[in-house]
Design a binder for this molecule. Sequence first.
Ligand code: AHR
Length: 497
Amino acid sequence: MKAKITLAKEFKIADIDRRIYGSFIEHLGRAVYGGIYEPNHPTADENGFRTDVIELVKELNVPVVRYPGGNFVSGYNWEDGVGPVEKRPKRLDLAWGTTEPNTFGTNEFMKWCKKVNAECMMAVNLGTRGADEARNLVEYMNHKGNSAWADLRKSHGYSEPWGVKLWCLGNEMDGAWQMCAKTAVDYGRLANEASKMMKWTDGSIETVLCGSSSRNSPTFGEWEAQSLEIAYDSIDYVSLHQYYENRAGDTPSFLAKTLELEEFIYSVICVCDYIKAKKRSKKTVNLSFDEWNVWYHSDNAPYERWSYSPPRLEDIYNFEDALLTGSMLITLLRHCDRIKIACLAQLVNVIAPIFTKNGGGVFKQTIFYPFEHLSNYGRGAALNPIINCPKYDCKQFCDVPYLESIATLDEENGEMAVFIVNKSQDDFADIEIKLLDLKGYERDEFISMDGFSKDEVNGFELSPVAPHKNVLPPKEDGKISLHVKPFSWNVLRLKKK
Ligand code: AHR
């Protein structure tokens, strides 16, 4: 196929908030125990953190990590996870049917965040608990001292406040699977009161209202409208969650899911702005896409009920999953004027780009790479490319562009990047990239992932699915000719000379 991508500075969407490259660690399966924390592991540091995992998280360059759930948070007593470890209770976790030992808690997580250079996005329990416990946690984490909860933190050995800026007001409170699920009105009232009290405790924090648990939720739309109507003035972001699957083995439809994702994003923006209009408000509520990924490979995997950190949700990702996750993150960036935070769910072992063996090694899943490229090279401002390319029809969608693309421009460092997915399973794409008012930007590096079957996976022994560098594409005045393989992930990096 022949295609054209036109780029100009003027096509700027917005400056990218780096928190769009966030991720998520939940007390679930082996995300914490055996994932980021394994005191007896040969690579464990003085805190029991696996340093082999820390190294890979650093490669992903994740600026923010959501914690401690997820569904888990709706039954969590944060007080169980602080103070002397030997005094911490073991609790049944009703969300995932396991036993939580609480040997890893909030302060341990904050220490781990420092090691990986990430900020914490803390979720409070608005399921079994409420505004009081939430504001107490803000005091414990962020108040300097001379108050009961801040002094308790000090007595636990942390004299300085952690200064957590970003707070989720519960998790997926519309879902029947959630402990103490709520109606939109009940949730809106609770979130509003909790957010008010949390902000009275620390005026510098930002809060995220739970949107629907996915676009497929029966109350989607109405949930956002009703809860926002109540809580609009006291919150800063509304959350979106979405996972995709390819159970039917229909790759063209699977890769086209970004069209649906785009609709989802538009709809939530519209609801936010509808409430803004209704309230004649000057404030704009932005989006926190704090759970997104592919999730289905591990469905129905058996586990032992009430055991400690059994393997759960351990999807092994294949190559087509890498193409979809790359396309999803591109789609989020196309809306970075409104999406300020996003979290790839999750980070280690549980539907994750990093996979470990207890007591053993670690490998990078296929989805690791597109995320790593975007997070490291997709900096500065996002530019909306004009893409001229053929389209296809499939079972679930019509008019799906074969190419998915976004460009980023980091003027401060004189760097640009163009990210392209070719969704065609058979066709090469000869792409002419035209740079309109971007004088002096020269080709620097051309990286691809291609030549793999859609089912190819990585593992501990062999990890064939990895990127490689290409010969630099030919260049003429103001344009670059890129020869892109079928079914591929591509990154063209440019530098200002
Ligand atoms: O990320 C796994 C689970 O998916 C989370 O706990 C929940 O919020 C969502 O349903």
